[in-house]
Design a protein around this ligand. Structure first.
Ligand SMILES: Nc1nc2c(ncn2[C@@H]2O[C@H](COP(=O)(O)OP(=O)(O)O)[C@@H](O)[C@H]2O)c(=O)[nH]1
Ligand SMILES: [Mg+2]
Length: 270
């Protein structure tokens, strides 16, 4: 009888704990730079989607702007004034990677994710991205345009550059399994944020590749899953990526990263 009472109260306590435990918090980060042409429309769209689909979690949209020189800062301020889940993070270090790193290090969440504001990755993959981390099956999840099942609508030139660039990390780190390191649709766990994020040195486009390489070498679990990707064409908007310059810079950064990592390995084994 005493045992029954014990089990009953234990069970009731667990149920009560479950009811009182805070919901896991998802930080949906939107890195932006001079995005006045689509900012408000796309933030509203993402907000409406999250309000409809994200149940059993709490969430915020964090717009991470660094140094926009158009009307984006004013538009952000207006968005943040609305009674909603929209917050703004501003810093002065240029580059998408730096903006993400600083935004994530200064905010508290259980899942940190980002997606490009042009919604090139179809937003229907958002719940999957979140669940990969929330289920605790993976430490990092990344959308992919280059694995089986992915569908892309891109120019021939961008597709070719993407295929060529994404072959490089495996040349420098032969065990690296990720096929598309640069897709602007990723999530990391709180643990990755606490244990690995500070090690990522690059503040620009190479940030994504460096994050995945370092995570892979430390044996973190990475999920690469196919997405539907459309390079959206907008009348007043151009890609922020200078393809050739970024490609060459990233190759240089792969050399540097390999040197740094092998140097650290030597120091650690001495
Ligand atoms: N915070 C921040 N975001 C940036 C910066 N440069 C680009 N972005 C954002 O990164 C995302 C991807 O840029 P995009 O031009 O679409 O790249 P593409 O899809 O590879 O052509 C967009 O949301 C941009 O606004 C930057 O310097 N800082
Ligand atoms: Mg884009």
């Amino acid at each position: 009888m005493r045992m029954m009472r014990y089990l009953f109260t234990k069970h009731a306590r667990q149920r009560f704990d479950h009811m009182t435990q805070p919901l896991p918090h998802i930080l949906i980060t939107l890195p932006i730079y001079n995005e006045e042409s689509l900012l408000v429309q796309h933030v509203e769209l993402i907000h409406a989607y999250c309000a409809q689909v994200l149940r059993d979690v709490s969430w915020d949209i964090l717009i991470a702007d660094n140094g926009s020189t158009d009307t984006s800062p004013a538009l952000c301020a207006d968005l943040a004034d609305r009674p909603s889940h929209i917050r703004i993070y501003r810093n002065d270090t240029p580059g998408r990677g730096g903006a993400l790193k600083e935004a994530w290090l200064t905010h508290d969440a259980d899942v940190y994710l980002y997606m490009d504001i042009d919604l090139a990755t179809d937003i229907q993959y958002l719940p999957l991205l979140i669940s990969k981390i929330l289920s605790n099956d993976f430490d990092i999840a990344t959308g992919s345009r280059l694995v089986f099942g992915a569908h892309t609508r891109r120019s021939f030139f961008r597709t070719l550059c993407s295929i060529l660039y994404n072959r490089l990390p495996a040349l420098f780190f032969p065990s690296f399994p990720i096929r598309d390191a640069q897709c602007g649709f990723k999530a990391i766990s709180r643990h990755i944020r606490d244990s690995l994020l500070r090690d990522i040195e690059d503040t620009g486009w190479f940030f994504d590749t460096e994050l995945l390489i370092r995570a892979h070498l430390k044996h973190y679990r990475i999920s690469e899953f196919p997405v539907l990707w459309r390079d959206q064409r907008f009348v007043k908007r151009k890609s922020k990526v200078h393809i050739l310059e970024t490609g060459l810079t990233n190759i240089k950064k792969l050399f540097q990263l390999r040197r740094t990592i092998s140097h650290n390995e030597k120091v650690n084994t001495q």
